[in-house]
Design a protein around this ligand. Structure first.
Ligand code: SF4
Ligand code: SF4
Ligand code: SF4
Length: 310
């Protein structure tokens, strides 16, 4: 009888399984903290979708790997939008979450922000940005996947201005005008829909202007502000083996966030940039297989980014 070889490496599934279990755990914690069942349904579903997508990414052949990430972006992004608009009737954009926090309306928007964008990134960094964001779900379909570098660093500050503006508008509406219905209800849902359409419009115009699908993330998105704070402590980051890296630069050319990856790896550091979305494109294109997802503790915030030459 002929023997069949089974070379499947189950270690590859460590990160997908850990992420999936972490989301289920976060959902249960949300249930205990809030008394609502929604966190279990929401984070259980998201964790399962992420686990499936990450698992596919790990196991599919190289040229098919992006399928796993695209699938997860749509599974999670569309799910959250449908729940927010048709079921919980909420604004789950950042202004809605701030409204909810300040007016005591602790619903999906607030729980989503606290767990996915403040506490969760301590484990999985900005995986939200690579695998789940409904804005990038659309922007990643555009043709500019290989940016030619960032605008000078000062343009990145616009995100902080945007965050301050969002916060200021909510404070003005609550404490200046007495308007408190920005978290849930028909006005909140309308705000969410119009806000998202604006994000898509600005994101598409910027992508075509700067030839960069991720221009909105790099210069405009206010959500990156809280994400950058806690993701610096992320236990999961891109790691690598300096001995295997030949400094060919292939990963830098393909990194959608313009991170100078080998400069970390060759100094025996993990990728410490808070711009990393853990999309894993760099791992896929690295021929000597010098890169991998890794667990560990280190403090990020060291930003080595490729800027456009003048
Ligand atoms: S930076 Fe903003 S738009 Fe970009 S992926 Fe992250 S949350 Fe989405
Ligand atoms: S693609 Fe791999 S070998 Fe080439 S620079 Fe990046 S990490 Fe090093
Ligand atoms: S460093 Fe790698 S995982 Fe991080 S954004 Fe760049 S390509 Fe994606």
């Amino acid at each position: 009888m002929m023997k069949t070889q089974n070379n499947f490496n189950f270690k590859k599934l460590t990160v997908p399984v850990v992420v999936m279990l972490a989301f289920w755990g976060l959902g249960l914690w949300g249930f205990v903290a809030s008394g609502y069942i929604q966190p279990v349904i929401m984070f259980g579903y998201i964790g399962t979708a992420l686990g499936v997508g990450l698992g596919l990414y790990e196991t599919l052949p190289k040229q098919k790997k992006p399928v796993g990430r695209r699938l997860t972006l749509f599974l999670v992004g569309l799910f959250l939008m449908v729940i927010a608009i048709f079921m919980s009737r909420e604004n789950v954009q950042i202004e809605g979450a701030i409204f909810g926090l300040l007016t005591g309306v602790i619903q999906m928007g607030v729980i989503h922000y606290v767990i996915a964008k403040i506490i969760g990134p301590l484990l999985f960094g900005r995986m939200w940005c690579g695998w789940a964001c409904w804005t990038v779900m659309v922007l990643d379909l555009l043709p500019f996947k290989r940016p030619s570098g960032r605008l000078p660093r000062r343009f990145g500050w616009f995100r902080y201005l945007h965050f301050g503006l969002s916060l200021g508008i909510v404070l003005l509406l609550i404490y200046g005008v007495g308007f408190r219905a920005g978290a849930s209800g028909s006005i909140a849902v309308t705000w969410f829909i119009i806000g998202n359409l604006l994000y898509y419009a600005v994101g598409i115009v910027l992508a075509y202007t700067l030839k960069d699908n991720r221009a909105f993330c790099k210069y405009v998105c206010p959500v990156s502000v809280p994400l950058k704070i806690t993701s610096r402590f992320s236990l999961i980051k891109i790691g690598g083996e300096a001995a295997k890296c030949n400094d060919c630069g292939a990963c830098v050319k393909m990194c959608p966030m313009d991170i100078r990856i080998p400069e970390y790896i060759l100094h025996n550091e993990r990728v410490l940039s808070t711009e990393c979305s853990l999309c894993q494109t760099c791992i896929t294109v690295c021929a000597p297989e010098a890169l991998k997802l890794s667990f560990g503790f280190d403090v990020g915030g060291k930003e080595l980014l490729r800027e456009q030459s003048a």
